[in-house]
Ligand binder design. Structure first.
Ligand SMILES: [Zn+2]
Length: 77
């Protein structure tokens, strides 16, 4: 999917994409930006409750292959 963004390094066109992780049972999911410093949790690995969480949208430059990341919409984690 093409976007109206231009690469901040070379001015080339940017194609929208995303970064994915594999969760439980090899389930594919999009990475999420979480507000604040990481804090360990015995039960879940990291504490995330009550924090602002957004999808990570990634754009790839068609000229120099630079990746740029932007916070997308809010999401539940
Ligand atoms: Zn570029």
């Amino acid at each position: 999917m093409d976007s109206d963004l231009l690469c901040s390094k070379c001015g080339g066109g940017m194609i929208r994409g995303f970064i994915f992780d594999r969760g439980d049972y090899n389930f594919k999911q999009q990475q999420v930006w979480v507000e604040g410093e990481p804090e360990s949790s015995f039960w879940s690995g990291l504490k995330t409750s009550g924090r602002d969480a957004r999808t990570v949208d990634a754009y790839r430059c068609t000229g120099c292959s630079r990746l740029e990341f932007f916070a997308g919409g809010t999401t539940e984690i």
